[in-house]
Design a binder for this molecule. Structure first.
Ligand code: NI
Length: 166
């Protein structure tokens, strides 16, 4: 396994749209293992392939307290979402140090593949927020794009300073 380099906003590669995975083969299994290792090392509750500059529809998530319940979503689709919405404070490994509120459907049902099978999962709470946040990454969207233009400009400035400092 290997730790993968995470792209930081405003890197343009974060806006690429990921392609569906054609075959779950050893290459994809290695990607999943490396993404999981990178997520746990961060530590973070979710990571999308886009963030490690792989533009295929793969997500790893673990919202458990013990960090021992890895969820793998390959080619995820939201098949149902609740009318009820909720605001959560979100953060992102690609936008370090920035947290802000985003409103999203409270509950979603997701259909996806993992390394073994197709499954459907009802998601609520943090898991619902996380899967929607990560699926946005696969569409080339970073959570701060939900914020006001003023906030986005400020964040971009902060991130560019941070990049120079590194
Ligand atoms: Ni993120």
């Amino acid at each position: 396994m290997a730790l993968l380099k995470i792209l930081n906003y405003p890197d343009k590669r974060l806006h690429k749209v990921a392609k569906p995975v054609a075959v779950v083969d050893d290459r994809i299994r290695k990607l999943v293992a490396d993404m999981a290792e990178t997520m746990y090392a961060a530590p973070a509750v979710g990571l999308a392939a886009t963030q490690v500059d792989v533009h295929e529809r793969v997500i790893v998530i673990d919202v458990s307290d013990a960090h021992d319940e890895l969820l793998v979503f390959i080619n995820p689709e939201i098949v149902w979402s609740s009318d009820a919405k909720k605001k959560w404070e979100e953060g992102c490994l690609s936008v370090p140090g920035i947290y802000d509120y985003v409103e999203r459907p409270d509950k979603v049902r997701v259909k996806a593949l993992n390394e073994k099978e197709t499954f459907e999962l009802d998601c609520d709470g943090l898991l619902a927020v996380c899967i929607q946040h990560e699926m946005d990454h696969l569409l080339g969207k970073v959570f701060i794009e939900y914020l006001s233009t003023l906030k986005q400009t400020r964040i971009r400035g902060k991130m560019k300073k941070l990049e120079k400092a590194l």
